[in-house]
Design a protein around this ligand. Structure first.
Ligand SMILES: *[C@@H]1O[C@H](CO)[C@@H](O)[C@H](O)[C@H]1NC(C)=O
Ligand SMILES: *[C@@H]1O[C@H](CO)[C@@H](O)[C@H](O)[C@H]1NC(C)=O
Ligand SMILES: *[C@@H]1O[C@H](CO)[C@@H](O)[C@H](O)[C@H]1NC(C)=O
Ligand SMILES: *[C@@H]1O[C@H](CO)[C@@H](O)[C@H](O)[C@H]1NC(C)=O
Ligand SMILES: *[C@@H]1O[C@H](CO)[C@@H](O)[C@H](O)[C@H]1NC(C)=O
Ligand SMILES: *[C@@H]1O[C@H](CO)[C@@H](O)[C@H](O)[C@H]1NC(C)=O
Ligand SMILES: *[C@@H]1O[C@H](CO)[C@@H](O)[C@H](O)[C@H]1NC(C)=O
Ligand SMILES: *[C@@H]1O[C@H](CO)[C@@H](O)[C@H](O)[C@H]1NC(C)=O
Ligand SMILES: *[C@@H]1O[C@H](CO)[C@@H](O)[C@H](O)[C@H]1NC(C)=O
Ligand SMILES: *[C@@H]1O[C@H](CO)[C@@H](O)[C@H](O)[C@H]1NC(C)=O
Length: 760
């Protein structure tokens, strides 16, 4: 597989940046230190680049010793500082400057250092026979043990990321400080989950700042928030009985318990005995006792649920139990741990499939992995072992790769439901997984993201990480477990204007009822925006929304969940069959990005994904959909080879203004344009547009229910009568500096004959 970047390193991009992009963070000026590159480039530059899995062992022969490498890496990171120059205000993704700094941006690695100024000291608590109920004797126990707090001030001085996060957390805590305690709001079937997560987010920030300052105003403010959530504040908070934390929607109970656990544990020595006991009493009454009851009743989320519910519920209960072990004399904490740990080992950890994909959706990954990572991390720090939470699913180490590829320059390939507000939920689980499972690229990727600054990161981040996540990172990847079957392909990891395509097939059941009927669905990003996109969740309160994933489920009556609400083919205007069992094929030129943030791929650099989707339709004899990058990843071809006895409708949802003309359409977003053209159009065919709403002859919604409106969204359509076609749609983003003759018109090739070279 070619690594084209090595030939092209040093080229500058021909695509100018859009002028009017707003930056929403970063006060730290970026210093790209050319002098350092000159001094160290020869040592670290091209050599380190060659070996994508370099370790201190194999690097030893030709490179500085571990300690010297660590110290060089430390001085480079100080010089470069925080690398991205800001965060894109629309998609909240980092903006990378164009640079070729081969000294700084080498293979991702950890440079082990024994220098306490550069690395975490070893945990002094190393039990030889760890037990879930035998916690360390010092506090805190959860995620952030005392030896890490002691090391933090020094590390903040030597690591630009820790420094930035520390400042941001102080700023966020200061903002929350001035707000009234979170106001109780029961949001139907999403319960009081937003309340719980907002309180958890605040309590973590307050507790962090208290420990970093010893200023009791933060302790007092934390207690006000806890009293409020326990119904002892100045305004009412939920029912005045044991259902205050809404155990009927146990995620809420679990997240409240986690918030109380952190406050109890991180501030343990600061609380008065009365405060400590009142926090414990409330957490026990509204949280842990409800957890015992849930297990006694075999709560649905504890039985075979490989998804976020199992992770979040077990995690919150585990954190609560670990926090009070020893102080609780009723045996409740032990009873909880006897249930939660085996249950998460059986369920939660297997929400990551064999290819790393999360069982639910790209957004639910955040909730599930935050729960899982907090649970594993709390057990490790409190008791000295993860008891298998990190190791019993051997594929957990791929879930960072899943998250990286499902994140395009136009944000997530957000198929299926998007989930509730995130608040305390982030992607920082991959700071933890990256460190624990030896994937430095996950750490490097996540540390640049907008949601990195929060207390967990201060303890999960391994400051010994160095290099660039994009160095030697392939541009494409296929995730081929039959339950998900999706691929991502892009033209760059660091250009916010990059071309990105993600597409899925996958089975339509077994996703915790968070999926859509969406085989063949795709998104397309280019020129800093999303051209083909997702509509997201319907209203979770709608009748039957989560009833089941059976063919006749009421869920499939809602536009956003129906096949017509996806970017795929519709036959007879009908939903796809939930029995779909697609097969897929994928290939890639294997192009990797190199050390530079500037990447120009060669003209034969490509990737393609094809899926046989015949089984997803009733009135289809055969249907294969293929998508590929052509012309050096500057254009995209989407092809449907279909033979159907029902009417065929090609559909794509876009936020663009669409102007159609015969067999082509021009899409405009801001000052950017994308041209779509039907190649070799069947007789009489044309592009049309329509509104993103249900057809008049769709089966009726449940009584009193409505679809969510999709303002600003246009559906681009191609309608064909029953028959056999090879429908090719070419997407030409109008890159600046590229003239009409620079665009290629690919040959017509049957999908069965697609290969890496078939469209050169
Ligand atoms: C953390 O940030 C705060 C607010 O900017 C600052 O006052 C404090 O000195 C920082 N802590 C360290 C250890 O630098
Ligand atoms: C924290 O503060 C930063 C910088 O002001 C802001 O961008 C971010 O949205 C805040 N985060 C939260 C969770 O409030
Ligand atoms: C806060 O108090 C603790 C306990 O007395 C002490 O160890 C720590 O150094 C103090 N931290 C600060 C920032 O003053
Ligand atoms: C708790 O209080 C609420 C509101 O007053 C009431 O609707 C509910 O039935 C009570 N639940 C129990 C278990 O007592
Ligand atoms: C709230 O009030 C109840 C009843 O007085 C008490 O048992 C509990 O400990 C209090 N909890 C908090 C956090 O103030
Ligand atoms: C897909 O992932 C699931 C969950 O990890 C696993 O049970 C199954 O065996 C995988 N299937 C294949 C074909 O690898
Ligand atoms: C994940 O871990 C397993 C077991 O240790 C290993 O065989 C595999 O190569 C790892 N995969 C990745 C992507 O790190
Ligand atoms: C429209 O833009 C919003 C906001 O960026 C995005 O969430 C949504 O997916 C886009 N919709 C389509 C159809 O591209
Ligand atoms: C398949 O075609 C038949 C005959 O035209 C029609 O009655 C039926 O509704 C179609 N089924 C689906 C699922 O589109
Ligand atoms: C399309 O399918 C029909 C029904 O199976 C078949 O008779 C016909 O030959 C097929 N057409 C082509 C071009 O394969």
């Amino acid at each position: 597989m070619a690594d084209y970047d090595k030939e092209s390193a040093g080229l500058t991009t021909s695509r100018p940046k859009p002028q009017s992009r707003k930056w929403i963070w970063i006060g730290v000026p970026v210093a790209i230190v050319v002098i350092l590159a000159a001094v160290l480039g020869g040592v670290l530059g091209s050599r380190a680049h060659k070996n994508s899995s370099s370790t201190s062992g194999n690097a030893a022969a030709s490179s500085p010793s571990g300690e010297a490498a660590a110290s060089q890496a430390a001085s480079i990171k100080e010089q470069v500082g925080l690398f991205p120059t800001g965060t894109d205000s629309q998609y909240l993704l980092p903006i990378y400057p164009s640079t070729t700094n081969t000294a700084a941006f080498t293979s991702p690695t950890f440079n082990p250092s024994s220098n306490v100024a550069l690395a975490w000291p070893k945990d002094p608590f190393q039990p030889s026979n760890a037990q879930p109920t035998a916690p360390r004797t010092d506090r805190p126990r959860l995620i952030a043990p005392a030896y890490k707090w002691a090391a933090l001030p020094q590390l903040i001085k030597t690591d630009p990321y820790l420094k930035f996060w520390n400042e941001t957390i102080f700023g966020n805590a200061t903002e929350y400080y001035g707000l009234p305690p979170v106001v109780y709001h029961m949001d139907g079937s999403s319960g009081i989950l937003d309340n719980a997560r907002e309180i958890k987010m605040r309590v973590k920030a307050f507790s962090y700042v208290y420990r970093m300052t010893n200023d009791t105003k933060w302790l007092d403010r934390t207690f006000i928030e806890l009293q409020n959530a326990a119904g002892n504040g100045t305004t009412p908070f939920g029912p005045n009985n044991q259902t205050k934390w809404n155990p009927g929607h146990f995620l809420d109970t679990a997240e409240f318990t986690a918030a109380f656990a952190i406050a109890y544990d991180w501030l343990y020595d600061a609380w008065s005995p009365d405060q400590r006991s009142s926090i414990l009493t409330s957490m026990m009454f509204y949280g842990l006792e409800q957890g015992v009851a849930a297990y006694e009743q075999n709560a649905w989320w504890s039985v075979g649920i490989e998804g976020n519910w199992n992770c979040v519920c077990n995690s919150g209960l585990t954190m609560g139990a670990l926090a009070i072990l020893g102080d609780d004399t009723t045996g409740t904490a032990e009873a909880i741990l006897a249930n939660t740990l085996p249950n998460a080992l059986q369920n939660c950890i297997f929400a990551v499939s064999s290819d790393g994909t999360w069982s639910e959706t790209a957004n639910y990954w955040y909730f599930g992995t935050t729960g899982h990572a907090e649970m594993a991390s709390s057990l490790m720090t409190a008791t000295g072992s993860d008891f298998g939470l990190l190791k019993n699913n051997l594929n957990l180490n791929k879930t960072g790769l899943y998250h990286m590829h499902v994140t395009g320059p136009g944000s997530l390939f957000a198929y299926g439901d998007h989930g509730p507000n995130k608040f305390s939920t982030t992607a920082n689980s991959i700071l933890f997984y990256g460190d624990q499972l030896q994937h430095p690229e996950y750490v490097l990727f996540q540390r640049d993201q907008h949601d990195a600054p929060e207390p967990n990161s201060m303890f999960w981040y391994n400051p010994e990480v160095s290099g660039a996540f994009w160095d030697a990172m392939p541009l494409d990847h296929v995730f081929d477990n039959s339950t998900d079957q999706w691929a991502a392909m892009r033209s760059s990891w660091t250009d916010e204007d990059a071309l990105y395509v993600a597409i899925k097939a996958g089975t339509l059941t077994g996703h915790q009822t968070h999926n859509d009927l969406d085989c063949g669905d795709f998104v397309l990003d280019a020129l800093g925006t999303r051209w083909a996109g997702e509509l997201g969740s319907g209203d979770y309160l709608s009748t039957g929304y989560f009833s089941s994933d059976a063919q006749d489920s009421q869920r499939w009556l809602y536009y956003r969940k129906r096949t017509e609400g996806q970017n795929t083919i519709l036959v007879d205007q009908a939903n796809q069959l939930v029995t779909a069992a697609p097969t897929i094929k994928f290939d890639s030129s294997g192009t990797e990005q190199g050390s530079s943030t500037v990447l120009e791929v060669s003209s034969d650099s490509t990737a393609f994904f094809t899926a046989d989707l015949t089984s997803a339709y009733a009135n289809v004899t055969s249907f294969k959909r293929g998508i590929r990058m052509i012309n050096g990843r500057k254009q995209v071809l989407l092809q449907d080879d279909i033979n159907a006895s029902g009417s065929i409708m090609w559909r794509m949802h876009t936020n663009a203004t669409v102007s159609v003309s015969g067999t082509s359409a021009t899409l405009t977003i801001g000052d950017q344009k994308l041209q779509m053209t039907i190649l070799n159009p069947p007789d009489g065919v044309s592009m049309t547009t329509g509104v993103a709403q249900r057809f008049d002859n769709d089966p009726a919604l449940p009584e009193g229910q409505v679809d969510q409106p999709n303002p600003g969204v246009t559906v681009v359509m191609i309608n064909l009568p029953a028959g056999s076609y090879s429908l090719q749609v070419l997407f030409n983003p109008q890159w600046s500096g590229m003239s009409g003759s620079d665009f290629k018109t690919p040959p017509a090739v049957s999908i069965d004959d697609w290969s890496l070279t078939s469209h050169n």
